[in-house]
Design a protein around this ligand. Structure first.
Ligand code: DUC
Ligand code: ZN
Ligand code: ZN
Length: 466
């Protein structure tokens, strides 16, 4: 299955690279193919797809007074288990640090530790003359996108003047501007007022981060991008009103794109009320505290988001994998939702969760591949090497069994988390075999990968711009 169609074929991988895609039973150089190769993976009755690309992860992110609980080693291993063979993680520059130092620190964390290939976006948390100059050198480092935050004052936040200046560099260099679009200063006032009124349970995280805060910031980002000529990619879109802003901008013909995450397609704010427990508002809701927040089930965001995936108003699904354990991490906010580290871990489940959209008739098989692999490759300058099964591409291939079955649970997942935001979710389908640059890393429930197999991906400019 590719983004453009489906058919029966044999895939020949030579070393790390796809050598040929052949009609079934083909002869190669006069020999019977199956008899002349070292390893045969029988995919009869199963789907053969390009390895997943998760373009939004946060391994080891220092955040909320702690570090995201997956290291590059544990997080990329879990990704491999789930049929993802490349990640793009976010290197972080904080205010007062140099961009070059932030990027170097991320190389140090990842090098020699990854099970699968990895690239970086650059978070620029302190836009000033020095960082603007450094951004002009990012493409030479193989980093073709940077992320700004309109949220998190005092942590990663950029004000409008900083956003404007960074976008001017984006327009000049072709680097893609990725935006966390929420009005942080207004959210922080609302959050403080809720806490002051004694409303401190996890649920109020989602109340403070109202959809108006996402719609407004998305619109502002779009207008600043249009003014400067910067291409804009809005991360983790959750509100239907933000989707509409992106759709409107795209209707103008502008280079505006949007990504959503599985949590916004399946989970809702009501989870934070303790929908899976008996007592409303109890702390279990902290498992689902992420930003942008889960939206209210009754407001129709999920239905709208699935529609947007069909119409290409939203182009990609990444996880925003940012795992924290309940014990010692999420529980930092037991007395106040503002101290709960924000994030959900899903890097292992994205391919399975999005396949449920195929099972339930919301998207086609081809769209599943496009949303999870081919578009991420095109969007972030990896296409040809990644995101497609064709001669010359890296041998990143997943065999997916549509008749398999999985129940998601913290007891069996491979992420370094003591709980799962998806506990008990029933998955129709199963990742059977995962091949990463020609090496079988997952084989029917057996892990054969190794730390250090993954290499840094130098990325080129986005191939998705008009
Ligand atoms: N959102 C999260 O949920 N976690 C990390 C950062 C972010 O923007
Ligand atoms: Zn973000
Ligand atoms: Zn993120």
């Amino acid at each position: 299955v590719s983004a453009t169609g489906r058919g029966e074929a044999d895939v020949l991988i030579d070393g790390e690279t796809i050598a040929a895609v052949l009609a079934p039973g083909s002869q190669l150089l006069g020999t019977d193919l199956a008899a002349s190769v070292d390893t045969v993976v029988d995919a009869t009755g199963k789907y053969v797809i390009p390895g997943g690309i998760d373009a939004h992860t946060h391994m080891e992110l220092p955040f909320g007074g702690t570090n995201a609980s997956d290291t590059f080693e544990t997080g990329t291993r879990a990704a491999a288990w789930g049929g993802t063979t490349s990640i793009i993680d976010f290197a972080v520059q904080r205010y007062g640090e140099r961009v070059q130092d932030g990027l170097a620190a991320w190389h140090e964390k990842a090098a020699g530790n990854c099970a699968i290939d990895y690239g970086f976006h650059q978070i620029v948390g302190g836009v000033d003359d020095d960082s603007l100059a450094a951004m002009r050198g990012l493409l030479d480092e193989g980093v073709s996108s940077f992320k700004l935050f309109m949220a998190y004052p005092g942590v990663f936040y950029s004000d409008d003047a900083q956003v404007l200046k960074a976008m001017q560099v984006s327009a000049e260099t072709g680097l893609l501007t990725m935006m966390h679009a929420e009005n942080g200063p207004a959210i922080d006032v609302l959050a403080a007022q809720l806490a002051e009124a004694g409303k401190k349970a996890p649920y109020y995280h989602g109340i403070a981060r109202a959809w108006q805060m996402e719609e407004e910031a998305t619109h502002r980002a779009i207008m600043l991008a249009n003014l400067t000529g910067a291409p804009l990619y809005t991360v983790h879109v959750s509100a239907k009103q933000a989707v509409d802003q992106i759709a409107w901008a795209r209707d103008q013909g502008w280079n505006v794109f949007g990504e959503t995450c599985p949590q916004y397609l399946y989970l809702s704010l009501e989870e934070q009320l303790g929908a899976f427990s008996t007592e409303w508002g109890q702390f279990e809701g902290a498992k689902w505290v992420c930003s942008t927040p889960l939206r209210s089930r009754d407001e129709g965001h999920q239905h709208h988001m699935w529609q947007a995936l069909r119409t290409n108003d939203i182009q990609m699904v990444s996880t925003d994998h940012c795992p924290f354990c309940m014990k010692g991490q999420k529980e930092l906010g037991r007395d106040d939702f503002r101290a709960i580290p924000n994030g959900i871990g899903s890097v292992e489940h994205r391919m399975d969760l999005m396949y449920q959209g195929v099972v339930t008739g919301k998207i086609t098989l081809e769209r599943w591949v496009e949303l999870t692999s081919t578009t991420p490759a095109r969007m972030f300058g990896l296409y040809g090497r990644k995101g497609v099964i064709q001669p010359g591409a890296d041998g990143d291939v997943v065999v997916y069994d549509p008749n398999g079955h999985t129940t998601i649970s913290a007891a069996s997942h491979h992420m370094n988390m003591d709980h799962s935001a998806w506990e008990g979710f029933e998955i129709d389908g199963h990742v059977d075999t995962v091949i990463s640059r020609g090496k079988v890393v997952v084989d029917g429930g057996v892990y054969l990968g190794a730390k250090g197999d993954g290499r840094f991906l130098k990325r080129g400019l986005s191939q998705y711009l008009i």
